[in-house]
Ligand binder design. Sequence first.
Ligand SMILES: Cc1cc2nc3c(=O)[nH]c(=O)nc-3n(C[C@H](O)[C@H](O)[C@H](O)COP(=O)(O)OP(=O)(O)OC[C@H]3O[C@@H](n4cnc5c(N)ncnc54)[C@H](O)[C@@H]3O)c2cc1C
Length: 304
Amino acid sequence: MGVYNAYMSLSGAIEADVVRNERLSRRTTYRIGGPAALLVCPHTYEALLKTLEVLREERVEWVILGRGSNVLVSDRGYGGCVIVLGREFSRMNFADDGTVCVGAGMALIKVVTEAMRRSLSGLEPLAGVPGTVGGAISMNAGTRHEWISEVVQDVVCLRPGMGLVRYPASQVEWGYRTTSLPTNEIILEVTLALKPGDHAKISADIEERIRRRRSTQPMGKPSCGSVFKNPGDRSVALMIEGCGLKGYRQGGAVVSGTHANFIINDGGASANDVIAVMTHIHSCVQEKYGVDLQPEVKLLGFGA
Ligand SMILES: Cc1cc2nc3c(=O)[nH]c(=O)nc-3n(C[C@H](O)[C@H](O)[C@H](O)COP(=O)(O)OP(=O)(O)OC[C@H]3O[C@@H](n4cnc5c(N)ncnc54)[C@H](O)[C@@H]3O)c2cc1C
């Protein structure tokens, strides 16, 4: 009843897209996943507040989804509400001092491209990372050694029921694909401090990074990028390769022959197929290298 009541309260009443039983395979780069019982895409701050208020009253759990480029959704879907930040959260404003204030719903690639156009340096390591700014902050996205946190000045989050909280970057603990930002808060806005640079150099750096991606990653095949985190300085892709698992398949999920830490959806893969491949990789690497691999991909809808 909670989800139905929430739908009835929100649909048509706020500036938002409100949908029941939205297939999450349409909302993830994996193209995998059952339906979300409810999906709300609020286009204004007020609509977001109202959404959270109704979900609390109706005791509906919720989760934030960006572009779904680091999420594996279960085949049966998610019984709560998926919130996707809409229009008002997709703005960016560049100031004269090189800082840029960006809404969390903005596509990261647009910020990288606009910074390059303005000859501002700092976002080059993010070139080619799909997803939103909010997702990138939540994941502290980047390469193995260069993360978005290096250019973050502060982050504004919404603490449900409490209001806005501004976190200076220095007060956040940033790690490899982790942050200490509370997981029950919604990242709404980020200020990035970029530095004036040489346009030709920035653009060459970006081009080179994209070229490298194209030659080392299975472009054009649905995936979530790297499935496991690299343990310390070791390369998980080399370990998986060392176990002879390139091409290993369960149903439609296959270990990429181009990059062994990518499990691709080769057509019709289910979430269970991906989990079966992940489980096999985990036990092979544990056995051969004694390493307990940790997933980088976030799982949604697998709970009891
Ligand atoms: C082909 C490919 C290549 C990739 N390469 C890289 C790479 O080089 N480096 C890298 O770091 N990642 C990479 N990724 C993974 C992914 O693109 C990043 O993790 C990205 O930052 C996720 O952004 P998203 O908007 O898609 O977030 P989602 O996948 O939608 O969500 C990821 C997590 O962030 C949370 N989240 C999203 N938005 C918010 C918000 N506003 N507030 C609070 N929490 C939020 C979600 O709840 C979830 O826990 C790659 C993925 C693909 C498919």
